[in-house]
Design a protein around this ligand. Structure first.
Ligand code: SF4
Ligand code: SF4
Length: 389
């Protein structure tokens, strides 16, 4: 006779999921249509039906560090076909958000992104930091003159470094601590579910898996498997690739500054400048397309958290392009003001990276790599145990 299983429902966890827009876990009657509908669900452990039952029972420990919730790309196929309108795709999306909150500390930072009344603080805080540091160090120069507009005269490079280097290091530390705990908890969760051998992760093998999985993750191969996502792939890729190439452009300008001692501004025909302009336009166009698609998709729940990132990407692109246009038009007061606003958006993007939806990029990548690492581990164990004929 099978031994009884005791469960301890976490009622607060259930209430937190149900507080998502349009969500009510009681609607699910476990028909499993969603798992059949999901094109990227795996035969060995299909989702999202089992996640729906775990969530309904308040089994937080089986969900919050379960890599399966990160295999979903929130296409909405399952929600469309759910006969009870239980919105399984949105439930998984909510679980991912709760998972990020669990691992990216401090938890108080997440409050800033869940309450639209706090949005002004997302800009007031960086503005105060930049202005205070600028005046305290005497590096910010407000008496701007000269023949041409040079942003480094307004915000000298040491001031930018003083703000963005500690900021980037802080963000890296938050991610490092979060991911270290996330990996450990994923291993514990899978071991508890009988999907992994208990014990620590072999980091060397995990890194090799991560590297081998990166091309498929970058190409969004699984993303376009869902029928609802096929049309969204172009906009999604435009935003993702423009962020990547803008990061490359920033790196190239840092290299030019420190290694080549070149201070700019650069010609419009400079290849890196051309790449920056193409990426800026792609970022604006991709963000607008994503906003249009989200508005048109009534089956996908959209909260402030989802809209914030899309609008941030859009305004980052717009202020960046406007800064350049105003510089070329030689309207100095407007160009310097727009540059300051652009810096506020850039600060927002970097500082709040572990707390916004952009953190998905990091947690999803790690979860997908862990999933494949675990699969390989199972294959090796099966090979070891295979009888020799
Ligand atoms: S979420 Fe909907 S489709 Fe999935 S098991 Fe529940 S009722 Fe069925
Ligand atoms: S939202 Fe899409 S990817 Fe996620 S579980 Fe549903 S069908 Fe699968």
């Amino acid at each position: 006779m099978a031994s009884p299983v005791f469960i301890e429902p976490d009622l607060e966890f259930i209430a937190q999921i149900n507080s998502g827009p349009g969500l009510n876990l009681k609607k699910c009657y476990q028909c499993a249509t969603c798992s059949v509908a999901c094109a990227i669900s795996h035969d060995d452990h299909p989702f999202p039906r089992k996640e729906m039952i775990y969530a309904s029972w308040g089994l937080k420990d089986r969900l919050i560090a379960n890599p399966d919730i990160w295999l979903c790309y929130n296409c909405g196929d399952c929600s469309t076909l759910c006969p009870r309108d239980a919105r399984p795709g949105d439930v998984l999306n909510r679980l991912r958000k709760m998972s990020i909150k669990e691992y990216s500390k401090p938890a108080a930072m997440h409050q800033l992104f869940n309450d639209n009344r706090k949005m002004p603080w997302l800009f007031i805080i960086p503005a105060l930091i930049i202005i205070t540091l600028g005046f305290a160090t005497g590096l910010m120069n407000l008496s701007l003159g000269g023949d041409r507009i040079v942003f480094a005269h307004f915000f000298p490079v040491p001031l930018i470094e003083m703000i963005f280097i500690p900021l980037s290091l802080g963000v890296t530390l938050v991610f490092f601590l979060g991911i270290r705990r996330f990996l450990k908890d994923m291993q514990t969760t899978y071991a508890r579910l009988g999907k992994a051998t208990p014990g620590p992760i072999d980091f060397k093998r995990f890194l090799v898996t991560l590297i081998t999985q990166l091309p498929a993750i970058i190409k969004h191969e699984r993303f376009s498997s869902c029928s609802e996502n096929k049309g969204r792939k172009i906009s999604h890729m435009m935003v993702a690739y423009s962020f990547t190439s803008l990061a490359f452009v920033a790196g190239a300008f840092v290299f030019a500054l420190y290694v080549l001692n070149s201070h700019g501004p650069y010609d419009q025909i400079n290849p890196v400048k051309i790449l920056a302009n193409i990426s800026g336009i792609a970022l604006i166009a991709g963000s607008l397309l994503l906003i249009k698609e989200r508005r048109a998709n009534a089956r996908q729940a959209n909260g402030y958290y989802d809209w914030y990132l899309l609008c941030l990407a859009l305004f980052l692109g717009i202020t960046g392009m406007l800064t350049q246009a105003l510089r070329l038009a030689d309207i100095s007061w407007a160009a310097y003001s727009m540059y300051f606003i652009h810096l506020l958006f850039a600060f927002n993007l970097v500082a709040f990276l572990p707390y916004t939806k952009l953190a998905h990029l990091v947690y999803r990548t790690v979860a997908i790599a862990y999933y494949h690492y675990r699969k390989e581990e199972t294959r090796l164990i099966n090979l070891e145990n295979k009888p020799i004929n």
